[in-house]
Design a protein around this ligand. Structure first.
Ligand code: ADP
Ligand code: MG
Length: 766
């Protein structure tokens, strides 16, 4: 391609996309080697894989291995995917194109390059399934493979990480990294040095779930006085006492509200510097009261609050909100408070991924996330064409004036398609909507299966049947489900379903991102199958109410409520673009905030590692307290003194870091609330919470390691140290007796800091 044409092509393509040309050029060489490999023995194949000079040679060998192991000869487009991942990019390949295999071949090549590969899946079920499914291919290629799930023991995990390729859900890798943070002995470490990560459903993990913190908590704590706050929040009236933003992300007290709360709390001044804690708790309670809605944001089952994951629209196992918010919702629903603990450490999924020097991935919808992948991970996306051209027909939105009219139309459309036997997959935006729709379908005598992710393995089996004759399947968002839908289901006749028109995908509303719309549409039309997709939208949908609230009432409405105004149709796309912009901004802000903490965390971790593996602790303490050191060294074995010094320093380092995190969280809340209390300041420039946060956080961190050393010296001087080591408990320095891990669903409205930034930041829109 001439340079000009190349530039024009780049100009026309979406930002962040990588050209496929250099990978396509390798295909003839791969094809040429194919026949010569037919007669090679299995054992020779593994040897050849190890000796392969270039990627093309390896791909030819891998193609032969896959054919022998699975009976599936990788298509050219799959090998393009493999090559793209080997270059450290994200491969966009539609659902059903065979990404599992393409990814495995890339992982095997990395392994032969001497690297250790983690393949990250979105859940336990997929990690296990994919590792076992691909195992015969890895065996032929002479590469070791293992998997980890929630139930794996520490020994199993340690062994799994020793394999050349390890499949694991993102959360388990994160938890292992966090648990290793507390190891008292280098022999207890489970994880290995991060090297290559290959992420399946890359957009779902890296964008939708990026900000979810994984948390390691320890030692039980008292419940809280949040019931009092919940009572006060429940007594406040919307508009009079508090105001919510149109998009339902922010709630703030009015002056009248602050006065009412101050009276209820016995006449305190909420905005006094020493009432920061009260103000924070009240704000959290108000948040739970005014912004979190039962059956949309969470459900109550068996006396517990279960979160509904904002990005996947289904019950999120193992997830909770940040502690205060969880307690506030429990208080609001008058439920017993669940265990809460001190956060010992936490890491976001984004930070977890950024630890790997080489990141690559695959997904059906990457290009719409290209801008974010480039900004946050410096990754490029390469769009791989489908093996067979996609003939799915994506119909224009059907827009209705009201929700009721929309729901009627959905049911009528399902009934009509179902009458022909055609399978229908209906994607809803939340659990409450799924249930309402199922009732509506039942009333119309249509039986359906509703998915709400209680069990990933079981759900995968159900999704696999969604293409069967006469199936009606209702599901919340399909992103990251990892199961492709074969026409006819497991054992039906695909041609029969194809002759009916293939899978009919219906969305009951546009998502907050067009990428999620595409994920749903992509379930139909796999491998050149026929199919349709259509979204039903109403002007009463949350998307429009939140992001295009000024939309004019429609002029052109028929008897069934169908709207044909061009303006109204435009408003739907507009609302989605505004929502996408808002989410990107939140991500960007949280990213900046997390970056600083992550940098500090790395410094602490590097220090901890030195303490764990060397005599650094003893050396430092010998320097600080030479007399005490000489005294101990005179009577005790040097190993014992070294071990005691190590335990003392680790204790204070871990303690110091946990406290530091808690203080940072407090600062983050506090800055925002102080800013809210003061209102926009008279000089026109709002207090910039991020700058303020940085200033305080950097100053605090500057003192952290010194303090750790001082406290360690103090303990070293005073604690009893015998041949049995140091008795930290007797010195009142208790390590957490129990630890546990969980994911925090960072509250769906963005963190308090984000809300502050949105309120005061220079880029606030609307
Ligand atoms: P994706 O993750 O891209 O949605 P999967 O990896 O789940 O797709 O594969 C979808 C289906 O395609 C699987 O049933 C798999 O066995 C099949 N498949 C993958 N590659 C090939 C191939 N080269 N030839 C035939 N079938 C294939
Ligand atoms: Mg997949």
């Amino acid at each position: 391609m001439s340079p000009l044409r190349e530039r024009v092509r780049r100009f026309l393509e979406k930002p962040g996309t990588a050209s496929l040309a250099r990978y396509q050029r390798q295909l003839p060489a791969i094809a040429e080697l194919e026949d010569s490999l037919r007669n090679v023995t299995d054992a020779e194949l593994a040897d050849l894989a190890g000796e392969a000079e270039g990627d093309a040679e390896f791909c030819a060998i891998a193609r032969e291995a896959a054919l022998r192991a699975l009976g599936e000869r990788p298509f050219d487009v799959q090998l393009l995917g493999t090559l793209v991942m080997l270059s450290g990019h994200v491969a966009e390949m539609a659902t059903g194109e065979g990404k599992t295999l393409a990814g495995a071949l890339a992982a095997a090549r990395y392994a032969w390059q001497g690297r250790s590969v983690h393949v990250m899946s979105v859940n336990d079920y997929l990690a296990r399934r994919d590792a076992e499914w691909m195992r015969p291919v890895y065996d032929l290629l002479g590469v070791t493979v293992a998997w980890i799930d929630q139930t794996s023991t520490p020994d199993e995990r340690r062994r799994a990480y020793q394999a050349q390729v390890t499949y694991a859900p993102v959360s388990e890798i994160g938890f292992d990294v966090l648990r290793d943070r507390l190891a008292g002995d280098a022999a207890d470490l489970v994880t290995t040095q991060p090297d290559v990560v290959l992420i399946d459903e890359a957009d779902s993990v890296m964008i939708d779930e990026a900000l979810v913190p994984l948390v390691l908590a320890g030692s039980a704590d008292e419940g809280s006085a949040d019931r009092e706050m919940a009572g006060i929040a429940a007594g406040l009236r919307p508009r009079l006492h508090y105001e919510t933003d149109d998009d339902g992300r922010n709630v703030s007290l009015t002056n009248a509200g602050a006065r009412a709360a101050e009276r209820a709390l016995g006449g305190i001044d909420l905005y006094a510097a020493d009432q920061l804690d009260t103000l924070t708790r009240l704000n959290v309670a108000l948040h739970a009261h005014a912004l979190l809605e039962r059956d949309v944001d969470y459900i109550v089952r068996d006396g517990k609050v279960h979160l509904i994951s904002a990005s996947r629209g289904r019950v999120a196992q193992l997830q909770r909100w940040p502690d205060g918010l969880q307690a506030a919702v429990e208080a609001k629903e008058a439920l017993a408070a669940t265990e809460s603990g001190e956060i010992l450490d936490s890491i976001t999924i984004e930070s977890l991924i950024r630890r790997y020097p080489r990141v690559c991935g695959m997904t059906g919808t990457a290009v719409t996330a290209g801008e974010e992948l480039r900004q946050f991970y410096r990754l490029e996306v390469a769009v791989i064409p489908p093996n067979r051209p996609c003939v799915r027909e994506d119909q224009p939105d059907r827009l209705y004036a009201t929700l009721d009219q929309k729901e009627h139309a959905v049911i009528a459309t399902v009934a009509a398609a179902h009458a022909t036997g055609r399978p229908v997959l209906i994607g809803t935006l939340d659990v409450a909507e799924s249930e309402r729709l199922a009732e509506g379908l039942a009333a119309a005598e249509l039986s359906c299966v509703v998915l709400n992710a209680k069990n990933d393995a079981q759900e995968a089996a159900i999704v696999a049947e969604a293409g069967a004759l006469g199936a009606i399947t209702v599901s919340t968002q399909m992103a990251g489900r990892g199961t492709d839908i074969r026409l006819g289901g497991r054992d039906g006749d695909p041609d029969e379903i194809a002759s009916l028109g293939g899978l009919y995908v219906i969305g009951t509303g546009r998502h907050v991102s067009s990428r999620l719309d595409l994920q749903l549409r992509g379930r139909s039309g796999r491998q050149g199958d026929p199919g349709n997709s259509v979204f039903f939208v109403s002007l009463e949908d949350d998307l429009i109410a939140s992001y295009a609230p000024d939309t004019e009432p429609p002029r052109d409405v028929d008897a069934a409520g169908r709207v044909s105004d061009a303006d109204a149709h435009w408003a739907v796309g507009h609302a989605q673009r505004v929502a996408e912009g808002a989410h990107l901004e939140i991500h960007r802000n949280t990213f900046r905030y997390n970056r600083l903490i992550e940098d500090q965390r790395q410094v602490v971790l590097a220090h901890r590692d030195r303490v764990l593996r060397t005599s650094a602790a003893a050396d430092a303490l010998a320097g600080r307290c030479p007399e005490r050191y000489a005294e101990l060294a005179g009577t005790l074995d040097s190993q014992v003194v070294e071990g005691a010094a190590r335990r003392i320093v680790l204790y204070h380092l871990d303690r110091g870091w946990a406290d530091h995190l808690a203080v940072l969280a407090g600062i983050r809340e506090g800055i925002h609330l102080r800013a809210l209390g003061q209102g926009p300041n008279p000089f026109g420039m709002a207090l910039d919470p991020l700058t303020e946060f940085h200033r305080e956080a950097v100053a605090l961190f500057g003192r952290l390691l010194d303090q750790v050393e001082e406290r360690s010296a103090e303990t070293f001087r005073t604690a009893e140290i015998t041949a049995a080591g140091v008795d930290l408990d007797a010195a009142g320095l208790k390590r957490p007796s129990a630890t546990w891990t969980y994911l925090v669903q960072d509250n769906p409205f963005g963190t308090v800091l984000d809300r502050a930034l949105r309120r005061f930041g220079p880029s606030r829109r609307r």
